[in-house]
Design a protein around this ligand. Sequence first.
Ligand SMILES: Cc1cc2nc3c(=O)[nH]c(=O)nc-3n(C[C@H](O)[C@H](O)[C@H](O)COP(=O)(O)OP(=O)(O)OC[C@H]3O[C@@H](n4cnc5c(N)ncnc54)[C@H](O)[C@@H]3O)c2cc1C
Length: 586
Amino acid sequence: MSQIVETDVLIVGAGPAGAMSSLILSGLGVRNVMINKYKSSSPGPRSHITNQRAMEILRDLGLEDAAKELATPQSYMGEHVYATSLVGEEYGRIRSWSTHPASMAEHVMASPTTYCDFPQLYFEPLVVNAATQRGADVRFQTEYLSHVQDETGVTAKLLDRLNGQEYAVRAKYLIGADGARSQVAEDIGLPFEGQMALGESGSINIEFTADLAAYTDHRRGDMYWILKSGLGVRGNGIGVLRMVRPWNKWVCVWGYDLSKGTPTLDDTQAKAIVQRLIGSTDIALTIDAISTWTINRKYATKNMIGRVFCMGDAVHRHTPQGGLGLNTSVQDAYNLCWKLAHVVKGKAGSGLLASYDAERSPVARQIVEYAYSCGAKTNHMFDVLALPKSPTEEDMRNCLESLKAPTPQGAAKRETFRAAMDETIAGFGGGYGVEMNQRYASKAICPDGTQDPGFPRDAKRYYQPSTRPGAHLPHAWLTENQRRISTLDLCGKGRFTLLTGLAGSKWVDAAAAVAEALGIELHVHVIGPGQRFVDTYGDFAKFADISESGALLVRPDMFIAWRTHTTPEDQVTGLMNALKSILDLN
Ligand SMILES: Cc1cc2nc3c(=O)[nH]c(=O)nc-3n(C[C@H](O)[C@H](O)[C@H](O)COP(=O)(O)OP(=O)(O)OC[C@H]3O[C@@H](n4cnc5c(N)ncnc54)[C@H](O)[C@@H]3O)c2cc1C
């Protein structure tokens, strides 16, 4: 090997997980090298749904506005149409991604930002560019081959695919963000549960360009589900036209028989599938790319070994339903990187890093199982229609006729079908609680001794804010110079934040003393009349669940690490002990 490159963190993979890690570490002044085996970022759209938690992270990192410019807004995402073809008869719609007025209210109240449709194709270059501008060493055409770790670091062997030369990188830590076929996860022997390529059928994605505005702009949605004979998605006679750019860039999803191996379609065959789903051969279209994917249900029960951490699809592999893949990958990075920064800079003990596993491995399991359960809901809809696997034209005709029958049986079928269709919302925004309610339990969280009230409402469906340690800081609008600012905007940016009310003003001096003693960044915000931040709507007081003199200690990743309901006699000791415990400085 010709050369040894030294860095603090080596990141394998420049997809959403790797790129976000590189961006966050670079912003916090941690040296990092990020590699990608290929010559470009994701050429295909892949992920679309970018949820509020991921958008809040982009907001913290100063990229929310740039993301919104590249993304399609929520108002274009909401109508999920079920029809015989794009030009054909509709048999129902659901309002997805919180566009139902009732869910919209909940959505708007929960966060300073919104869902958007931000194809990975545009997401990755934005984040990789920003990471580079903030100082990351980014190397495309560079392949990870292997690594060894010892007590002080990791030495990885890389291949420069431009010149065929191998070289070594010596890093303090290694992040494996190398996707669903992760070599890093395999090399450190992470334990997995579940399976890849489940079921009898896989899916074919056909990317195409066609102006379909005449059929979509009056019923704006991200997906148009089309009932057709043949082997569609999950073996049902169903195909999907998925918006990439309204209304001329699309992905058409159709099915294939897994037992016959991965199909190789030419453009003419691909075009014929797209035209069947559109229901017309008169619309000009060009095929841009063809790829395949399978139903996966697999997660790692542990995501780190020593100095090596895995994140993103490397540790959670699941179906696109629920739109949780990219979003969870982004949150993995946001969880780990502030911890790495504190440890690398000598401001925390290495025990802090173990909380990455304790906090994120349960999330990996939860989202994989949730995404899988959503697929079952879609299948149920087709069971209700009494469609056989791979239905014929006659099956389809009978099915649609039975939905129109002016009989009690027809009415019963319509009712059951409507209920089953409504249930599919689980995969398209109905898992709002899954997205928003994550609670952490680890050594980087100090319990406050209060009883966990659990979730009074369905925890998968409804967001239920809390300030108990381990919960995400709730959003409330405050004002600064008469302008609205979110509680979330006061926190993040790689540092700890203490939020208190006017009667808690003494926390300012206590926090300054603790920050100086520990050498960490800790900002205090006193929220109240006459202060920089004013609780103008009274919402902070309502959600804080502490008295005005109490305090919420918010970690750099917006999770509440500690809280006190009132001012304790010895504020410095209380806060100091909490932070020492969180940062493994005892
Ligand atoms: C059809 C489809 C639709 C989806 N829709 C959504 C959605 O709406 N919302 C959502 O949140 N998610 C969605 N996802 C999931 C999302 O695409 C993934 O969860 C996300 O890409 C995971 O990011 P990652 O960074 O972990 O992995 P990847 O994006 O797979 O990136 C892995 C990176 O590692 C690199 N790499 C791999 N091996 C090596 C090596 N040996 N050396 C160097 N580099 C290597 C790759 O080149 C790549 O840069 C969808 C996925 C599919 C397939």
